[in-house]
Design a protein around this ligand. Structure first.
Ligand code: FAD
Length: 405
């Protein structure tokens, strides 16, 4: 049996980042998971806190090489319903930032992370899966599909939405398949995007355009699964025309750039984030629909917290105390963001008037109140900072009003 400090199961973006973060803190890591297939057509918008983590891990510059900045994010209601919300525009400059984050192709993200993991001497990457877990009070034992057995103090479950490690740890996860699928593809457009991302809210889900370098953008078009499949079967020219019509020619004429993919959507959240020497990160812990680019950003926040707790518990990073600390540090943020994204998505799908009114009122308040908008932008970037800034903003308004009277 081989021994190591930490085993990371899963070689998606969360697993690769977790392995790098833990190795950079001096732990010996065995990473188990297949080499990522370079077929993912999605792009990922990573916000400032996730980028700060990736900078610390030495991959920030390489990632930025194929990424576009997100300076403005706009939400527009095109539901055509009786109660509609006004367009809300979030500008990074309003909260004193140059940009909210960077949007990059997943193929680039995975290639850069793969290269960094391969260059890190503390990571031993076994390109195979974990076949079986045995979780004892003192150690996690993983039997790999290549026949080897690894004993570690901490097991990091980065093994995706079906997470066998989560199951082995006995952590329940409520999963719901949504009546939605995301069609993803890239477009070249006639007019510049100006580093603006636009999320159009439709009755079947959001249609989101996110800038890529040059006059290119990625499109995430959430629809009923059968509609998404029908759109995916169109020729490039017809798909481009349908997307242009959906965007009301916001960026002029479009041309589809490369292939397209359909991803079925679901939502799930684990009842706790760690137990029995296993800590969950990424989609093993939380699955949400692609609204407001939260998924992997939440995953990076998990990894950031886990790495700092592991470093503070160097003698035994998988101890019950360390895992309880991790669960405490992450659960509220994961719950708050997942709930907000799921509620927004359900309010779009719901034909019920109260749901429409709540969504419209919420977005209208965001659109008209600068301190509230600032709050959401800061909360979107860094939990906790929005509360402080909102309080400061409101105190400022209070002083201004007092000064006038
Ligand atoms: C259309 C769409 C757009 C999105 N856009 C954004 C965005 O802009 N910003 C953002 O932050 N998020 C976004 N997301 C979410 C983001 O893509 C996910 O959060 C992220 O890909 C999850 O990564 P992961 O590593 O947790 O899981 P996965 O990528 O699913 O990786 C899990 C890995 O575990 C491996 N595995 C499974 N079982 C085992 C085993 N037994 N042993 C070892 N390995 C195993 C699998 O092979 C796989 O490699 C989007 C999602 C969708 C669907």
């Amino acid at each position: 049996m081989e021994e190591t400090d930490i085993i990371v199961a899963g070689s998606g973006p969360a697993g690769l980042i977790a392995a790098l973060a833990l190795a950079s803190d001096g732990f010996e890591v065995i990473l188990a998971g297949p080499a990522p297939a370079q077929t993912d057509r999605r792009t990922t918008a990573l916000m400032l806190p996730a980028l700060a983590l990736l900078d610390r891990l030495g991959v920030g510059e390489a990632l930025a090489g194929a990424a576009a900045p997100l300076e403005v994010m706009r939400i527009a209601d095109v539901t055509g319903r009786l109660v509609r919300s006004p367009t809300v525009t979030f500008r990074a400059a309003e909260i004193g930032e140059r940009r909210f984050g960077l949007n990059m192709p997943n193929t680039h993200l995975l290639a850069v992370l793969t290269q960094a993991v391969e260059a890190e001497s503390r990571i031993d990457w076994r390109r195979t899966i974990v076949d079986q877990w045995q979780l004892d009070p003192d150690a996690a034992v993983a039997r790999l599909a290549d026949g080897t057995t690894v004993l570690a103090q901490l097991a990091v479950a980065a093994d995706g939405r079906g997470s066998p490690a989560r199951e082995a740890a006995g952590i329940a996860s409520r999963r719901r398949d949504l009546p939605q699928a995301a069609l993803v593809f890239n477009v070249v457009h006639e007019r510049p995007h100006g580093n603006v991302s636009t999320e159009l809210h439709t009755p079947s889900g959001p249609f989101t355009q996110v800038p890529l370098p040059g006059q290119r953008s990625s499109i995430v078009w959430v629809e009923r699964p059968e509609t998404a499949q029908a759109l995916a079967a169109l020729s490039d020219a017809d798909l481009a025309l349908r997307a242009e019509a959906r965007m009301e020619s916001l960026l002029g004429k479009l041309a589809v750039d490369g292939g397209r993919q359909v991803h079925r959507l679901g939502e799930a959240s684990a009842s706790r984030l760690a137990a029995r020497r296993v800590a969950l990160v990424g989609e093993a812990a939380h699955l949400i629909p692609p609204i407001g680019a939260q998924g992997l950003n939440l995953g990076c926040a998990d990894i950031d917290a886990l790495a700092s707790i592991a470093a503070n518990n160097r003698d035994d990073p998988g101890s019950a105390a360390a895992l309880a600390d991790y669960d405490r540090r992450r659960r509220a943020d994961v719950m708050a963001r997942s709930t907000a994204v799921n509620l927004l998505n359900h309010s779009l799908l719901s034909g019920l008037l109260p749901a429409q009114i709540a969504r419209a009122a919420g977005l209208a308040a965001l659109g008209s109140l600068a301190p509230l908008r600032g709050f959401f932008m800061r909360e979107g970037l860094k939990p906790g900072s929005g509360f402080r800034a909102l309080a400061d903003g409101l105190r400022g308004r209070g002083r201004a009003v007092a000064g006038r009277s």
